[in-house]
Design a protein around this ligand. Sequence first.
Ligand SMILES: Cc1cc2nc3c(=O)[nH]c(=O)nc-3n(C[C@H](O)[C@H](O)[C@H](O)COP(=O)(O)O)c2cc1C
Length: 284
Amino acid sequence: MYNYQKYMDIPFSRWHLAIEKRRSRRHFDPSLPIAPEALAALEKVCNQFAPFPRARSRLVTESAESVFKGFIGSFGKVKDAPAFIAFIGNMGDPFVHEEVGYTGEGIILEATALGLNTCWVAGSFKPEMVASLLEVSSKERVLAVTPVGYARKFESWEENLMTGFGRSHKRVALSKLVRGLPREKWPDWVNICLEAARLAPSAANRQPWSFDVQDDGITVFVRTMGPEFNVSKRLDCGIAMLHLEVAAADCGRRGQWEFLPSPQVAKFKIYSQSVLLALTLGGR
Ligand SMILES: Cc1cc2nc3c(=O)[nH]c(=O)nc-3n(C[C@H](O)[C@H](O)[C@H](O)COP(=O)(O)O)c2cc1C
């Protein structure tokens, strides 16, 4: 669990809109540097959106080109990004992957809302190169990065090939992902939250999550079958958790995450009316 008082208030509506808008872009326009006010806003959100003490994000505006690598030769490589953000976790934390996914996706959604393009990259980058540009302690690991900048107006043939001509943006139907309370008993907000979680990006678009709807909240599960690609599925699940909570808050539902043992990931427990009232009166 974590304490809401410790981090900035999430701009829920802004990030909820960004969930629909975001899609991965890998080739950037070298003639468009990031606007100074957007850069300042990015720096601010990296510093302020840090809900877990052992997960952090750092913006780097130098040598972005040297950090990415291709899948085969230079195929699939991120090109011409003016900057990147590193997502770093302390490996002593048992929930480090979920926390880095959750935190990083907040930064990605804010970048999207600022009109910037991004792409989570956990495989095709050089962690040692990132570590040479940043201070990373012996307990920490750079779990992923994202390029950040303005994408080329049109997708190149290589980008098209990478996304299977748009197929990688497709998602599994909700009916295949959910158990628990039958759909006809869901309040409206549950549907909105699950739709938002379903749209989360994941490594190779594997969507390794499922959801259990209960009267007092929603539990996220990880599907352990299927390829790992050397990237923790729990990182993907952390991204889906952030989407779920952003949508819940945008529907006026607040709650708290409780991390759970595998194959569960975490339960989002909705605050009762009395807890919500106490939080509101307490200045939240
Ligand atoms: C944790 C994570 C790791 C990823 N790693 C890579 C990567 O190494 N290289 C890459 O080109 N794309 C990577 N992606 C991007 C996914 O392929 C992409 O998010 C997915 O296909 C869904 O497409 P969309 O983001 O456009 O919705 C990664 C995404 C996530 C969430």
